[in-house]
Design a protein around this ligand. Structure first.
Ligand code: GUN
Length: 284
């Protein structure tokens, strides 16, 4: 058996077309959705990410502002910028790119963002809303994974989902989203005693560790859905995920490739959240 691919590029195109249409409709009512992206320092990966986010906004008719600051910017100065953006009516979403330089307390900066503009979904108010099923913004990467499952018509009710990784950005929110759709959820991590014993039970596996070959073919139940959140480089310098794609695709029922899987969905869900923030602000 060869797994069917869940194409993140194709699904992103479809969702971004919908975003563009809704943004255009909102514009005719006097509101252009606006995203502010704040980058402190010159981390090369972050520079690529923020450029892609700003470009995606432009392509979908969203207004975006990129604010770049030197690595020695003070925490107080950054907090003051966040406060100014909180009060800027042209800005509906605020994203402070992580990681921040070590002298800045990232959590403090995240908590300074107005929850109404927290399109990354990293604020504790957003995390609390997700946990309790209240309206709020969901972190973009796990949200994108949920959209991918929805796109193949996958019904999570009563299914066993195994999430590998327990980060605040992916693993933990992913588990809560799967739980909200009535899956039975197991969270595995670096201290899990027997990862293979867990993944072999899974109908759905989300790999979000940041390490190559965390999931291999012998660890997957035939027909399982495998979502690969990883972004790594192999020995040849080629982009690869956490999953041994070549091996696992012969066992799984569905699988996301890297690149072209979860990655584009993360930016797409940022656009969706920004649009949603603007619609809420406009009372739409
Ligand atoms: N750094 C890596 N991924 C992300 C993300 O999704 N949001 C922010 N703010 N920083 C990141």
């Amino acid at each position: 058996m060869t797994a069917q691919l869940i194409d993140g590029n194709a699904l992103s195109r479809q969702l971004r077309t919908e975003v563009a249409q809704r943004a255009a409709a909102l514009k005719t009512r006097g509101t252009t959705p606006g995203l502010a992206v704040v980058l402190v320092g010159d981390n090369p990966a972050s520079q690529v990410y923020v450029r892609n986010k700003v470009k995606a906004c432009e392509d979908s008719g969203l207004h975006s502002v990129l604010e770049k600051y030197d690595a020695d910017m003070s925490e107080a100065a950054l907090l003051a910028r966040v406060e100014a953006l909180n009060n800027d009516p042209a800005i509906h979403g605020i994203l402070v790119q992580l990681p921040l330089p070590a002298h800045i307390d990232a959590q403090k900066v995240i908590e300074a963002i107005s929850p109404a503009k927290d399109v990354d979904g990293f604020h504790i108010a957003s995390a609390g809303a997700l946990m309790t099923g209240m309206p709020g913004f969901w972190p973009c990467t796990p949200y994108g994974c949920m959209k991918m499952l929805e796109s193949i018509g996958y019904d999570l009710r009563g299914k066993h989902a195994v999430v590998i990784g327990r980060s605040n950005i992916v693993g933990k929110p992913m588990a809560l989203m799967l739980l909200q759709k009535d899956a039975t959820v197991t969270i595995c991590h670096s201290r899990t005693a027997d990862l293979k014993a867990q993944t072999l039970q899974a109908d759905v596996i989300v790999a979000a560790v940041g390490k190559r070959n965390v999931l291999t073919a012998d660890m997957v139940k035939p027909g399982a859905v495998v979502l690969d959140v990883g972004m790594n480089r192999n020995d040849e310098g080629k982009l690869c995920g956490d999953v041994d794609f070549e091996g696992v695709k012969s066992v799984a029922g569905w699988i996301t490739p890297v690149p072209g899987g979860v990655g584009p969905m993360t930016i797409t869900m940022l656009l969706v959240n920004t649009l949603e923030a603007a619609e809420r602000a406009a009372g739409a």
